[in-house]
Design a protein around this ligand. Structure first.
Ligand SMILES: [Zn+2]
Length: 124
């Protein structure tokens, strides 16, 4: 839903800008080919400038939001990995009893003795 509304805003801006440019081209053709005098339509120039500025703002806003979302995703993945890692290595590999951070790091620092597994005090 949110993405659809986003797209419609961009599409609206692009079509509005396209319309203004078409109008500008039409006026320019009218000026040079038909009337041979310059027609001053200030709102047209302002409209095109405002349209371009809005479109640039819109694009940069979408880009920044996408970038923020990407970094959020990466962070979530990292959190998931650490959480699952913690759950599997905070238990005794023999009896499943919960062990403290100290016991866990003690076991993991001695892979030769404990074969990269964590054991509670009773099973060490
Ligand atoms: Zn145990």
């Amino acid at each position: 839903m949110a993405r659809r509304s986003k797209q419609s805003i961009s599409t609206f801006l692009v079509s509005a800008l396209g319309m203004l440019c078409t109008l500008k081209a039409f006026v320019w053709v009218l000026e040079t080919k038909v009337l041979n005098t310059s027609i001053e339509i200030p709102f047209l120039n302002y409209g095109i400038i405002i349209g371009i500025v809005l479109l640039i703002l819109r694009i940069s806003f979408v880009l920044i939001k996408n970038r923020a979302r990407k970094s959020n995703n990466v962070q979530e993945v990292v959190n998931d990995v650490t959480v699952s890692n913690d759950i599997s290595t905070f238990q005794c590999a023999n009896c499943g009893k919960k062990v403290s951070e100290k016991v866990r790091s003690y076991c993991l620092e001695r892979p030769n003795k404990f074969n990269n597994q964590v054991f509670c005090y009773d099973h060490q």
